[in-house]
Design a protein around this ligand. Structure first.
Ligand SMILES: CC1=C(CCC(=O)O)c2cc3nc(cc4[nH]c(cc5[nH]c(cc1n2)c(C)c5CCC(=O)O)c(CCC(=O)O)c4C)C(CCC(=O)O)=C3C
Ligand SMILES: [Fe+2]
Length: 379
């Protein structure tokens, strides 16, 4: 293959697989971060409610299998390894295994679509740390496919989900007027405003919530435009208002995070006369714990209490469009395939610019960026 990659690496967050894993997992996630104990207890309770098992690992097993099938169907002969930031199989194990199997140039696919420290640079640091721990820093190189928030493969499942949910909202409103009575809530993980402002490349001149906010708003606009253009014959699912809201805030209450919180927004909308909300987990790739708990339990309960009809739309998961899109992201690097992007912000960088998505706690080694130490292998 032209760029010389010899293996792929699926990189994800990881999650506990039983009650005994829950606290060690949460300690991994929050290592060195000053997340208050009360918050850890609160989060442990979400996992305990589901038997201490996060669905995220099974979702990644399914994604890995789907990607392998798609690669095979297209005759792409690249083995796929899987490793996580916070739980077994860890990134270091995956990198070691790839090396033991004879691979030296890896291309990573991260289960995270947007730019921010948590969703981009931290994974690049984790990959550099995996090379360090395994002693493979000079032996193995790791690049990653671009952030894919505006790739058609990521966006398409959301379009289909919103269109279907608005149709059901309309029916639930007694064939009512979604433009007047419904509201589409695009929701993503809140992050500290201090890391939102530094998300993306430095000096991009974006709003206060940086590339992270701009990317989500741009994708939401694309989704709504696509829903409108495919509205049913009567146009009855068209015209619904939308907004970007946030979930899963943590950290000290005195530290500002992106707002509004989805629950506050559902209550505010209900008080202002909204009768149906469509909740779109735009920030997430699969139905992991942040979706199952913070949306399906908490936000749905808020909606019930507020007396509004609510439905949460699917995440990309293993939707064939998403799986094919991830393989397209690989082939644009290995075979010069086209680089589709549905917003004016993209296609995003293959190599993160220097200082992109700065780490608020200081500079650490990274891979796949202009500010990493010079790559070992040529080109
Ligand atoms: C932007 C973003 C994504 C989306 C991009 C991506 O997908 O990467 C994401 C995903 C996820 N976040 C997850 C879980 C957690 N995130 C935490 C904490 C935090 N997330 C943050 C941001 C994000 N997080 C931040 C700024 C913090 C606080 C500081 C810190 O600690 O960095 C904590 C600690 C406790 C708490 O504070 O809530 C937990 C347990 C899981 C796994 C779910 C499962 O198990 O199924 C997933 C996929
Ligand atoms: Fe998180």
């Amino acid at each position: 293959m032209s760029a010389g990659y010899d293996a792929l690496l699926l990189v994800s967050f990881g999650g506990p697989e039983g009650q005994d894993d829950v606290l060690p997992f949460l300690r991994n996630v929050t290592a060195g971060r000053g997340i208050p104990d009360e918050r850890l207890e609160e989060v442990a309770h979400h996992y305990r409610h589901f038997g201490g098992v996060s669905p995220i690992n099974d979702q990644n097993r399914a994604l890995k299998a789907a990607l392998e099938a798609e690669l095979a169907a297209r005759g792409i002969d690249l083995p796929l390894y899987w490793g996580n930031r916070n739980w077994s199989p860890y990134l270091a194990e995956a990198v070691q295994q790839a090396y033991d199997d004879g691979h030296r140039r890896l291309l990573a696919i991260v289960t995270s679509a947007y730019s921010s420290y948590s969703s981009c640079r931290q994974y690049r640091e984790d990959l550099a740390a995996a090379l360090e721990t395994t002693g493979l820093a000079g032996e193995v190189s790791i690049d990653k496919v671009r952030q894919y928030f505006d790739h058609p493969g990521f966006v398409t499942p959301f379009v289909e989900g919103v269109r279907a949910a608005l149709g059901r909202a309309r029916a639930a409103l007694g064939n009512g007027d979604v433009a007047r009575d419904a509201h589409v809530l695009f929701v993503t993980h809140s992050i500290p405003t201090s890391t939102a402002v530094t998300s993306g490349p430095p000096g991009a001149g974006l709003a206060d919530d940086g590339a992270y906010g701009a990317q989500h708003r741009a994708v939401a606009e694309v989704v709504m435009a696509a829903v409108e253009s495919g509205a049913d014959v009567a146009g009855d699912t068209g015209g619904a208002p939308w907004s970007l809201v946030f979930q899963s805030r943590s950290g000290a209450p005195t530290t500002p995070w992106l707002e509004p919180d989805i629950n506050d927004e559902i209550r505010r909308l209900a008080a202002a006369g909204t009768r149906a909300v469509v909740i779109v987990p735009l920030g997430f790739v699969s139905d992991h714990m942040e979706v199952l708990w913070d949306l399906d339990e908490e936000a749905m309960e808020t909606a019930r209490e507020a007396g509004v009809w609510a439905e949460r739309t699917p995440t990309p998961g293993v939707d064939p469009a998403f799986v094919a899109g991830l393989v397209d992201l690989v082939t644009e690097r290995t075979a010069g395939a086209p680089r589709p992007a549905l917003t004016a912000l993209g296609p995003w960088h293959d190599v993160c610019p220097a200082g992109c998505c700065a780490n608020p706690r200081g500079v650490r080694a990274t891979v796949a960026g202009a500010d990493e130490p010079a790559p070992v292998a040529g080109g």
